[in-house]
Design a protein around this ligand. Sequence first.
Ligand SMILES: *Cc1c(COP(=O)(O)O)cnc(C)c1O
Length: 217
Amino acid sequence: MNEIAERVNEIREKIHRAAQRVGRRSDDITWVAVSKSVIIEKVVQAMEAGVSEFGESYVQELLAKKNDSAFDGKTMKWHFVGRLQMNKVKFVVPNVVEAVSKSAVHFGKVSDGLLQINVSHEVTKAGFQYSDVQEVLKRIIDLPNVNIRGLMCIASNDPMKAKTEFKQMQKLFDKLSKSYNSFDCLSMGMTNDFEDAILCGSTMVRIGSALFGERVK
Ligand SMILES: *Cc1c(COP(=O)(O)O)cnc(C)c1O
């Protein structure tokens, strides 16, 4: 077994154990393997080890990997997890939701999306403040061909702070799920904090470096 395959098994086991601790099924937790800056050979190894959902932060890279012949005939899902500029709207799901909607209508597709919450309130991090969420949702929830599936966040580096943030996210998600029936995804948890995120109800973890190793800049 190659190193990537071993790590896939380790991560799956950790997801499974964290889920069990709170009486959840690991099947209910989607693992998006974040493959930004990772060479295609390693992504292929992860796919061969059973990973089927990948996340990319850059449009060009996402398209290049998604269209690579290594994945011909494979059922895989590619998530865009980065920030997008307006002029690239027509290629993948942007955070400029109105533009996505228009583009999705034009291409006859439906774009799923998550609303990012700035849980750490750091200005360098993206996402909406808690106080703005309701208003933003009202504006975008009925746009055609866009399906807002829930919330996502990048938590603070400090594990104690991250735990508090996950709990706040869980509360917000539970509340909003009552009003918005398209809500079925709470995406939180990365390499350093995915187990805590699962304990707090995360339904989608986004794990990169634990699988592929540290990223080189
Ligand atoms: C890079 C990235 C991840 C993965 O981070 P790791 O710490 O390597 O697991 C998850 N989510 C987003 C939005 C990212 O940009």
